[in-house]
Structures are given as structure tokens and as C-alpha cells.
Design a protein around this ligand. Sequence first.
Ligand code: GLY
Length: 409
Amino acid sequence: MDYRSGSQIREDFLRFFEGKGHRRVHSSSLVPHNDPTLLFTNAGMNQFKDVFRGAERRDYVRAVTSQKCVRAGGKHNDLENVGFTRRHHTFFEMLGNFSFGDYFKRDAIAYAWELLTSKEWFGIDKDRLYVTIFEGDAQVPRDDEAEQFWIETGVPKERIIAMSGKDNFWQMGETGPCGPSSEIFYDLGVAASESGEDRPFPEDDQRYVEIWNLVFMQFDRSVTPEGPVLTPLPKPSIDTGMGLERVACVLQGVLSNYETDLFAELVEASKQLVMASAGASSTMDSISGSPLPASYRVIADHARSATFLIADGVLPSNEGRGYVLRKIIRRAIRHGRQRGALGSFFYAMVFPVVKIMGTAYPELVSATESIKKVLQAEEEQFSRTIELDRESLMIWWSSRSLSNLPKYT
Ligand code: GLY
């Protein structure tokens, strides 16, 4: 496997599917258009929801995207885990290929295998890959067809595992297009295992990392007083999602997404900014070579989501999307303060974020100054709140201790 930067991986994915007749479509906004069921765009298929349902037509039947996604608040909420695990993010990029009633399972499986394993493309060792299929439930039968196509593609039967709907039936929310899925996992090796034990797939979720989810879109889910109902879509379709950060981790030979080039510079920038804000007195995190605390990963991750959300028009507020953005910004600031930051630092993270992501998402470049101003204002306001809280706490404690002072006569 050759080293590929995150930008190259994104571009290679898009080019591969363009070569297979897919239209390259720009990411939609993080604020879902006309969809009150969704807080933020959480998957590549969101912008095509009505196309899958047959309610909207486009002048293409195959598409490929690199989609901005936020999973914080609502379904798929990862906020509290972020920074403390190798793979949770509030903002991430989802690479996806889509078929709107054109090709279905057989081609989706063959394309995925070619991109992942061909030497001309990602060149991943086949012996490191496992796939899963839907085991079936009361409403939808076991996906024998997908299993057969994987075998025809060259995957040994013992590397194909049937799993339940929790993992292998994908839906974007309570309602909307959905269907059984096949996931592709990469074995990072026993070194990635938390227990250090050599366990078989799928018993170790640190070692076996899911890199691609192929969804065989077949139903539109609605909720009725009698319970959920699955109505067949007009035409079976394909929706896939590959987390760019995860596949970068695999192709760059590291164990954590935060060690990839998409993050490493941001984590370092967050450390530098916090240390500068902490002043010369702080040497807390200045020893090079020691593992960095989770706080810097939190700040790096949250800087990406805050930058992208503000670029898409979300502003910090006390409700809805703005409230989630405010929570993200404040969580990052609190982590900076835990590492010793005394003044503002977070707003400056916009610059490294734009440097790394601005070519793929030009909307960030034109908005850089305004994003910085929004973050700066929010950071100053939050600092005042923290200061007021601190002062009232001091007053409360001093009044308590004064009234409790022993009386000497
Ligand atoms: N829509 C496929 C996924 O998010 O995994």
C-alpha cells in the first residue's frame, strides 16, 4: 500500500467512481434542506433522499460525493465519546457512491472490492478484509444474495459473517429510505487490540475497523400508530458510506484517526494555541514525546465541526442547531482551560482547519474571517460567564465562611 494523504484518498475515491459513470456532486450543506426530520446532515444519502423515493428526478442515475457530516445531537450522537476514542468525531467526511434505480448489489460489491484491493487504487491486502451481511429478521429475509455476490467477487465464505439489524440494516432516522447492508472491515492487527489478545473477527472492535458500509436501499420507513412500516422503494438503489478518516487511518498505517494527516496538524495546533494562551508559566504539556492528552483531540475535532457549521450558516444560540454548536464550542474551550489556557485560543483553530480542508471545501475559504469573528465573540462571552460563575462562587464561599467564623469574646 502506498502512503496517500487524506486529500488524495478523497480525490481517488471520486475519480474511481467517475470512471464508472458516476456524476461528481458537491457535498450538500450541513443544514439539511427542507428536512425537519434531521438536525444535521448525517450521511451522504441525505441530499438524495427524495431521489431514492422517486419523488425527485435528476439528470443522472449514478452519483459520487464526499459529504460533510455532523453527528452530534439527534440520532447517531457521538459527542461525549469524541476525543477519548480512536474513531469518534462530531464532524467527518463520508465518501459515497449512489445508484438511483440503476445498478444494485452485484455491481456495488464488485466496485467496492476493486477500489479497495486493486493495486492501481487502494491496494489493500485481501487477507486483512472481512465482510458482513444482514442475517434477516421478521420483516426482511437473510441477505443470501449479497453473500453469493461476495463469494463470486472472491471473498472466502469464512470471511463473510451474518449480523443482526443493529449492524446490518441501515436507516437515516426514524423515517426515510433504508435497507439491509454489507459492511467491510479491515484488520489492523493484534497491536490495535485493547486487550492484547488475538481474537477472531468480529470479537474486537478496536482491531477490526469498519471502513465501508454498502446499503442496499429497498424500503421507505414510516411510523404509524401500529408501529414502523417498510414500503418498497420504486426501484432498488445503492447508498454507500466510507468514513474518510477511517480509511486514511488504514492506508496511512496508523491506529487512530487522530494520527492521520487529516488530524495530526490540528492536534498539534490545538496544543500550541492552548500553551500560548496558558502563558510562559505553563510547561504542563510542553514535554515532547509524551502522549498528548485527549483534550487536544477534542479541540481538534470540535474546531472542524464548529468551522464547517458556521460556514454553513449555523450560529451559536440557545436552541436547536445553534445550541448544539454552542455545546461543541464550549466543550472545546473547557478542555483548553483544563490544560491551562487563560484567554481566548479556540477561534484561531479556524486557520489550520481551512488550510487542511479549504481546497476540497472552498466555501470555508471565503468565510474564514466571519467564522473567526463568530468564534471569537462566543469565546469572549463564554469567558465572561465562567468569570461571573467564579466570582459568585467566591462570594458565596466567603459569606459562608464569614458567618461560620468562631466568635471570640
Ligand atoms: N448511508 C450509509 C452510512 O451512513 O453508512
